[in-house]
Design a protein around this ligand. Structure first.
Ligand SMILES: Nc1nc2c(ncn2[C@@H]2O[C@H](COP(=O)(O)OP(=O)(O)OP(=O)(O)O)[C@@H](O)[C@H]2O)c(=O)[nH]1
Ligand SMILES: [Mg+2]
Length: 256
């Protein structure tokens, strides 16, 4: 079904699907779905829930109606795996644009139309906290410092032209997701987001940013642990290392 959003977003006839990973977000998901579904009558949503004990999947089904698909993964947990499952389902449902976001209102649904519009001129559009006019509200100082430093570090090591490579609020053109080789992505959590953006960048994707203001979650609990943050630091080095190895073996093959 085309995303005929000329009146609301000026996007033209592209179909767009929003992918939302959830774990214990029953307090947030009904209101979030209502806000997204009123943005455009043709916008669709895929919620990927890891069998949350608080009934998130059921709450999503109750509110969603036919424009919302709820995937429940049983016996597994993890942000990255859930997002991969969501991307695959969005491809299977024929999305031209795939937009990822969190379910805790840190990502303001009102910014979705702008992300979609910007995807007319780019392959990946990132909602960025660290470009001019972007920011964070109510984040403790240590998280702000950690997140900013992590992003500077990612830019330095990987050279991705993006101020916020750990932002989960982003929109991809379908072809980019098709070429990600989703089954070989190893990372989880924040480094998952970095790995996906790095792969897109290496494949020559045009990356664009729009400023967003990120709100600390008001309801529900954080799922991504501090351990995950430190693991991500090593993952970035690993990504750089494997890429340079692939690059040098490619050069060697060409010179032999
Ligand atoms: N399906 C699934 N979703 C997850 C998992 N971990 C996190 N999520 C979802 O991924 C999104 C981001 O997770 P958050 O817990 O908000 O991570 P965060 O924003 O770094 O932490 P806070 O700032 O405390 O909110 C939310 O929508 C979560 O519900 C998981 O293991 N499985
Ligand atoms: Mg959050």
């Amino acid at each position: 079904m085309p995303f005929d959003s000329e009146k609301t977003t000026g996007m033209g006839p592209l179909s767009a699907i929003v992918v939302i990973p959830t774990y214990n977000e029953a307090e947030n998901i009904p209101e979030l779905l209502r806000r997204i579904l009123t943005l455009d009558p043709l916008l669709r949503v895929i919620v990927v829930d890891d069998d949350s004990p608080d009934g998130t999947a059921e709450a999503a089904r109750r509110t969603g109606g036919e424009r919302v698909s709820v995937l429940v993964r049983k016996g597994v947990r993890g942000y990255g795996g859930a997002v991969v499952a969501g991307y695959k389902e969005a491809l299977a449902q024929g999305a031209d644009l795939i937009l990822g976001m969190d379910s805790d209102f840190s990502h303001d649904p009102a910014r979705i139309p702008e992300l979609l519009r910007q995807a007319e001129q780019a392959d990946v559009v990132v909602g960025s906290r660290y470009c001019p006019n972007g920011g964070t509200i109510n984040w403790p100082l240590y998280r702000m410092l950690l997140s900013r430093t992590a992003n500077r570090y990612v830019q330095l090591i990987l050279g991705i032209p993006c101020h916020d490579a750990t932002s989960g609020f982003r929109c991809y053109r379908r072809e980019i997701v098709e070429n990600l080789d989703l089954d070989t992505i190893r990372s989880e959590g924040y480094s998952f987001l970095v790995e996906v953006l790095y792969r897109a960048f290496l494949a020559g994707a045009r990356i664009s940013e729009i400023p967003i203001v990120f709100m600390d979650r008001l309801r529900g609990k954080s799922k991504i642990s501090t351990k995950e943050i430190y693991r991500s630091i090593f993952m970035v080095l690993w990504l750089r290392w494997t890429h340079s190895r692939r690059h040098s073996s490619h050069v060697e093959r060409r010179t032999n």
